[in-house]
Design a protein around this ligand. Sequence first.
Ligand code: PFF
Length: 452
Amino acid sequence: MMRAHWGTRLGFILAAAGSAIGLGNIWKFPYITGENGGGLFVLIYLGCVAVVGLPIMIAEILIGRAAQSSPVSAYKRLSGEDSPWQALGWLGVVCAFVILSYYSVVAGWSLNYIILSLVDTTHGKTPDQIGGIFDTLYKSGSANLLWHFVFLSLTVGIVYGGVQRGIEKACRVLMPMLFVMVGALVVYCLIETPSGFAKAFGFILEPDREKLTPRGVLEALGHSFFTLSLGMGAMLTYGSYMSKEDDITRSSLWIVGLDTLISMLACFMIFPFVLGHGQVPAQGPGLVFKTLPIIFSTLPAGLLVSLVFFVLLALAALTSAISLLEVSTSYFIDEHEWERPKAVLVTGVITLVLGVPSALAGGGGMLPEWEAMFGMNFFDTFDYLASNWLLTFGGFATAIYAGWFLPDRLRREEFASGSRFGKLYPVWLWTLRVSPVAILVVLLYKVGLLKV
Ligand code: PFF
């Protein structure tokens, strides 16, 4: 079977940026920035993205394009049928199932809030009552299951269409919509609450040394993997549909640049509301689903703002979810020679089932023994496991593989093919080889072998 390819260069950039830009940018980045005191945390995060994220992004896309296949087959093709590196491909497939199973539950909340914005459930309610809407949703197993199913069905529908007619086509429509909505919300913020905007500027850009802890530094690095969709083969899979004439470095710069821009803009559209309306930014995961609806309910045209915001969140999640589903789908297509429809449906059903415990987590959980053993519910366990461990380890191993084990000639040729940045090869390779050291420090700290 001929391997599918992206129709255009822009199509690839939009699809990959769509994978990177997701809940991580709009839901997670603002609240971890809030928790870590803004300023210096943002600066360190930007450093991690540039020094660790970018070289690994180039490496993942390069491995995919060189092998022209999805993660497991890619390592076999490049390093031999029996190569232990194929375990890294397996890790990617497992990660894709795990992340998508709970990601879809959070994305489902944003679908629920789209409906709530349409029917105006906040009218005449106190802030506590509005915040309580989220608590009710979180605890409602049936609502969570329903939205999980709806969101996953949308994802399956797009991936079913294939690389060009499904993923690329959807991203070409959805990504420009997403950029326009982010721009509109930032402008609205600037007009509606100029004082909040000024405060947000100070909060986001002023380095405040005291508020940043070593934990914050580690969180910045971990998040840079999650937000750039690195460490689990998503960029590798998208890279495998890329043509040899395309410029990997230039595309990676675009993807990383767009992802960072949207994270920053997300802060500039959330913190002005929060700081301008007397709320505090360090509110954790509830920032977007509890605090913002309270603020929206007091704004002029608040329902419209709320609608735009939650549509934006859902679109961002959808373009990321399709890349997660594509990783597992392409595994079955490449390794087991399944037709795409069968592969998409089977992976969709597995993810649906795997997500059930996460969807039911808020209502006390369906597995109390699990909670007793791990001290957190299923949903939190999956998020913690994936974003703190699996992706970080995946990124570490990918950097080592690409930096030390890929044959130099192939690596050099692939880096230069179609690229105007061929001369930067030594700089890229050097950074790629150094990046595992930074990641190792994080991992050692996490397992308690390093104290800071
Ligand atoms: N990058 C996505 C986000 O920031 O929400 C999350 C993600 C998508 C992680 C795809 C990994 C992945 F393969």
